[in-house]
Design a protein around this ligand. Structure first.
Ligand code: ZN
Length: 343
């Protein structure tokens, strides 16, 4: 691995007087709006990526009380089919290491630990990647506090997303998060309906709430609170219990959303998983669908990089995809009971 020199370091941080003003107020959201505007101007690949969003096609499927979108997005083929085997990762240059980034790419500094970049292969109209400055494995146990804090600091416009190294992260060897517009995440938009119809309250303390949501496709643990310590406690309880019950040597499979607003505090959605990819990903011929669900898919927008798959996908496929990658009811019930007993 090559080392960065200080010139690269200076070049890569995006800064203008306006951005500095926002950062002084800890307003990362508005700083990112300026970064994206500038990068669309200065960086061809990125501007093409965002232009291509206008050609994206979407189909909406109605389920009982909520909807799931299928999005045809050819730009996502690299990410969807990423080979995350140990051998493949060893062989390639890490595309999140600062020295391997394109010359034109610039990022907003976050606490000298992370840089926030625009994603050149966007799913939504604003899509950022938050990259740890060092080449260090994707691992949430040591970075959950950052995940929460980022949710707060970007909370004006964005939610922060996490994909586990074995269930959606296309760079499992380099710690990173994503940020996308809050109003684009369907699970957030449809939260009230989902909660009313499918949620079971498993913890109800003053301004500290935890829900288990089973909507027939997904099993979600939702934590709502302003109390960081409480949220961390629930997360750690879930994490270790999932790790034990799935016999995981490494991190148990989880996708997560951290969303924050000043009035209500955090909403943290945790999606426990049992598989990286659904059976249809490995099929041949007619039965094959190239789809590799990560947090955005779990939140209700399924990404399909091949047009023929987009044309083909139906409600039965969607049920099977979720059934293949989401944990079963028995384990979900156990996790809920364990959290309610332990906290
Ligand atoms: Zn790296």
């Amino acid at each position: 691995m090559k080392h960065r020199d200080s010139n690269i370091e200076r070049d890569i941080v995006f800064s203008t007087p306006e951005v500095e003003e926002y950062l002084k107020e800890k307003d990362y959201s508005d700083a990112l709006v300026i970064l994206l505007r500038n990068q669309k101007f200065d960086w061809d690949l990125l501007s093409k990526g965002f232009d291509s969003l206008q050609y994206i096609k979407t189909k909406t499927f109605q389920f009982d009380g909520f909807t799931i979108d299928a999005q045809f997005n050819p730009g996502r083929i690299i990410s969807t089919t990423a080979d995350i085997s140990h051998e493949a990762i060893e062989k390639r240059d890490c595309f999140l290491c600062l020295e391997n980034l394109p010359q034109e790419q610039k990022g907003i500094n976050y606490k000298n630990e992370y840089l926030i970049f625009c994603n050149p292969y966007p799913i939504f109209i604003e899509h950022f990647t938050i990259v740890f400055r060092k080449h260090f494995p994707q691992r949430i146990s040591e970075s959950f506090h950052t995940f929460l804090k980022l949710g707060k600091r970007l909370g004006k416009y964005y939610s922060v997303l996490y994909n586990g190294p074995e269930c959606g992260a296309s760079a499992p060897d380099h710690l990173h998060f994503q940020a996308v517009n809050k109003n684009m995440l369907k699970v957030l938009n449809q939260n009230d309906l989902l909660q009313k119809k499918y949620a079971e309250k498993i913890i109800d303390q003053r301004k500290k709430e935890v829900f288990g949501i089973n909507d027939g496709l997904r099993k979600i643990i939702l934590i709502k609170s302003k109390d960081e310590r409480f949220i961390t406690n629930v997360f750690e309880t879930l994490y270790s219990s999932l790790q034990k019950s799935t016999n995981s040597q490494n991190e148990p499979m989880i996708n997560m959303i951290s969303s924050f607003d000043e009035n209500n505090g955090w909403r943290v959605y945790i999606f426990p998983r049992k598989a990286h990819r659904p059976k249809c990903y490995y099929e041949k011929g007619e039965k094959k669908l190239v789809i590799s669900p990560a947090v955005i898919d779990l939140s209700g927008t399924l990404i399909l990089p091949a047009e023929k798959d987009f044309k083909k996908i139906n409600k039965d496929n969607i049920r099977n995809i979720f059934n293949d990658v989401v944990i079963g009811k028995e384990l979900f019930d156990y996790l809920k009971a364990h959290i309610s007993k332990t906290i």
